[in-house]
Structure formats: structure tokens, C-alpha cells
Ligand binder design. Structure first.
Ligand SMILES: [Fe+2]
Length: 250
């Protein structure tokens, strides 16, 4: 019996508890550099909510998508420092680091080819995303190149790429190729619609997911997560986030 699916631990009276997850590896909390938080006040409110959800670590992952968000390591690191200072001033003790969510565009290919040092999650993991509407022709080759360069690819929210639905075996192929998959919490609550909800559950049922992420862009996303209940929330799946906390502490 899959006791981690549709059952197991109950959400606490304050809503869902994410203490056992420890680290969030996908969020947009650095203000004004992508479609996430727009002000420092909003950033601090988001971090405060994440701390209350039970997280001890956050890795901010601003978009690097050259058509829309031309974020460089310098821009991200300087934004991170400002967020850290504002959170400290607000009395928050959660640890905050930064990586990026790299869109697999031409610019990303150039960065990879040039050997530029990319911003990574613990364990040299690289969070990458695909387009939502049209599949890329070279996804597999790009993932191969990422691995060749010594990074461990983590694909953000695979359940949201609906063009994969006609052949879900592609998810297994990605995992077999060495790509780790990160599901969004809000996909598991039905926030993005029923089809994405079903695919997120299917991916868990087939044990294809490695990490859980908030992908929080605004305070309301975290409110939705906080309100999610045990009926539509999976709490006992063996997510590997905690492993990354240990790597971070080394
Ligand atoms: Fe994201």
C-alpha cells in the first residue's frame, strides 16, 4: 500500500507542516529581478511565511531567461545580500542562499559552451526549466551537455509541461538520463488545474520525483501552501530535500 500517497502524516492545525522537508530549492524571493517578489517588503513577508512553514533553508532561484530576465551571478548575489540583511533586521533566522532557474535558451547554451561558472543548488545541482507551450527539440542533448560539464540537472516542475502528457514515458527517460525532477507543491494542491494536479500525483506514484519546491513568486502562493490540507497533500513521499541540507552544512 502506498501509504505516502493520499495519506500518512496529517497536516498540523496551522496547515501543512514542511519541517521534514527542511530546504526549499525553488523560489523567487529576490525583489525586482524577475516575476517574483517586487519589493523588499514582499520578500521579507515571503521569507517569514517560509520560516513559519517549517523551512530552515531557502535557496532563491531567480529566472535566468535572456528574453525577459537578464540576471547574472552579480545581480543575483547582490540581491541576495540585500534580502539577507532585510531578513536579519526583521528578526528572521532562516538561512538564505541563491542559485538560479535557468531557462534552456540559446544564452544558456552559450554559458555552458563557454564554461561559465553557473549558480547551483547544493551538490552542484543546476535547476533548469523548459518552455510551457512548445517542446524544445534538443532537451535531451542539452541535459547531456549539462551532465558532461559536471553539473547534476534538476528539472523544475516537470508536471507543468503539458506537451509531455501524450507520452509520459518521457519522464522516465529524463530520470534514466540522470535528470532529477522537482515537483511544485502547488501542483499537488490543484492550484494550476486538474490536469497538472493529476500528472503531479502520477509522477509521485511512479516515484519519479526527487525534490519538492514551492516555486513561490508571491506571498499568496505561500498562503495557498499553508492552507493546503492532508486530503490533497502528500507528506510522506521520500523527497530528498533534506539530503541537500546536509550537503549545505558540510
Ligand atoms: Fe520558478
Amino acid at each position: 500500500m502506498l501509504n505516502w500517497l493520499f495519506g500518512g502524516k496529517k497536516a498540523s492545525s496551522r496547515g501543512v507542516a514542511l519541517d521534514h522537508i527542511g530546504i526549499d530549492i525553488h523560489s523567487h524571493i529576490i525583489p525586482g529581478i524577475d516575476d517574483g517578489a517586487q519589493t523588499m517588503e514582499e520578500s521579507v513577508a515571503m521569507v517569514s511565511k517560509m520560516e513559519r512553514l517549517g523551512y530552515t533553508h531557502i535557496v532563491a532561484t531567480p529566472h535566468v531567461m535572456w528574453d525577459c530576465y537578464r540576471n547574472t551571478p552579480q545581480i543575483i548575489q547582490s540581491g541576495l545580500e540585500e534580502v539577507r540583511q532585510a531578513c536579519k533586521a526583521a528578526g528572521l533566522s532562516i538561512e538564505i542562499d541563491a542559485a538560479a532557474e535557468y531557462f534552456l535558451d540559446e544564452h544558456f547554451g552559450d554559458l555552458l559552451d563557454e564554461g561559465t561558472q553557473l549558480l547551483t543548488l547544493p551538490g552542484n545541482r543546476l535547476l533548469v526549466e523548459l518552455p510551457y507551450s512548445t517542446p524544445l527539440m534538443n532537451t535531451s542533448e542539452t541535459l547531456f551537455s549539462i551532465i558532461q560539464k559536471g553539473y547534476q540537472p534538476v528539472l523544475a516542475h516537470p508536471e507543468r509541461y503539458t506537451y509531455f502528457y501524450s507520452d509520459p514515458s518521457v519522464y522516465k527517460k529524463l530520470a534514466d538520463q540522470g535528470c532529477e525532477l522537482q515537483v511544485n507543491i502547488l501542483s499537488l494542491t490543484g492550484y494550476y488545474g486538474e490536469n497538472i494536479h493529476k500528472m503531479a500525483r502520477w509522477l509521485l506514484k511512479n516515484k519519479l520525483i526527487t525534490f519538492l519546491g514551492t516555486d513561490a513568486h508571491k506571498v499568496q502562493h505561500l498562503d495557498m501552501i499553508q492552507k493546503s490540507n492532508s486530503e490533497n497533500w502528500v507528506s510522506d513521499y521520500p523527497f530528498q530535500n533534506e539530503k541537500l541540507v546536509k550537503i549545505q552544512r558540510r
